[in-house]
Ligand binder design. Structure first.
Ligand code: SF4
Ligand code: MG
Length: 273
């Protein structure tokens, strides 16, 4: 079987270190398939990640890659995009990385509408550091820092992105691979801040603590809980419990930051190069 996507991986860095059944590899492959569909060149595409299980992906991907500091992927990516707006810049982050230590960078990236495609691998927990609760751990779910169940209300990162100014917001899951790929393709199409939440299963840190069964059981849960946006909008409120919408959740046109910045450079007297 031809596996055209293999060229996008650094074969000498494989096998990866993720646990058996982890959803991160599925989301990573969806990104490279989106890149392939769009026909983006490896030399013109930059992958920037933060810290955590998901952020290890950049090390496996054969592009110009940057594995940065915890929560700081978006500011690094912003610098890259402003230095060379011709580059396609993709950020890989996790729920802890993006919405806790990186939360402020996240909302200001959205606000500026900088042309990045940010894929948040949401496994609902800090996986790599041992299963602490993240801002996206659902209420009542257990974590090493919440042994009786989390009492912290949960961030909806997609709604946060929309409210902060992102011009493309979508969600999908590791179960819905083709759909997830399509959500990323549409994010790459958008000239502005694109945010895609990819729900991924973490059978080791999250699933085990919450007795969610095998990785396959966790994926089945995603299949049953995810509702396509059009159906979600028609769903009665009492039927929405334990379910979540997937698809394009928000989209608008808006001036992207690099274009606005180019205009400032022109006004100030020409190219700053
Ligand atoms: Fe994946 Fe969880 Fe293992 Fe990290 S701890 S590699 S997120 S299964
Ligand atoms: Mg996480």
């Amino acid at each position: 079987m031809e596996r055209s996507y293999e060229k996008y991986f650094r074969q000498n860095r494989l096998p990866h270190l993720w646990c058996p059944g982890c959803g991160n590899g599925i989301a990573m492959k969806a990104i490279v398939q989106a890149i392939e569909k769009k026909g983006l060149s490896q030399d013109n595409t930059v992958i920037v990640s933060g810290i955590g299980c998901s952020s290890r992906a950049s090390g496996y991907m054969d592009f110009d890659t940057l594995h940065t500091a915890h929560g700081r992927a978006i500011p690094f990516a912003t610098g890259i995009k402003l230095a060379n707006p011709e580059l396609n810049v993709i950020v890989i982050t996790g729920d802890g990385d993006c919405t806790a230590i990186g939360g402020n960078h996240f909302i200001h990236g959205c606000r500026r509408n900088i042309d990045l495609t940010v894929v948040l691998f949401n496994n609902n927990i800090y996986g790599m550091t041992g299963g602490q609760a993240s801002p996206m751990t659902p209420l009542g779910k257990k974590a090493t820092t919440a042994p009786y169940g989390s009492i912290d209300r949960t961030f909806d990162a997609a709604r946060l992105a929309e409210a902060a100014g992102a011009t493309y917001v979508a969600r999908s899951t590791a179960y819905h691979v083709q759909h997830l790929t399509d959500m990323i393709v549409q994010g790459l199409d958008n000239q502005g801040f694109s945010f895609i939440e990819a729900m991924v299963q973490c059978p080791t840190a999250y699933g085990r603590k919450n007795k969610m069964g095998s990785a396959a059981d966790m994926m089945k849960d995603m299949q049953e809980s995810a509702v396509m946006k059009a159906a979600w909008d028609k769903l009665a409120a009492d039927k929405k419990e334990h379910k979540f919408p997937i698809g394009v959740l928000y989209k608008e046109d808006g001036l992207d930051y690099a274009t606005a910045y180019e205009a400032v450079i022109e006004t100030a007297g020409g190219k700053n190069k």
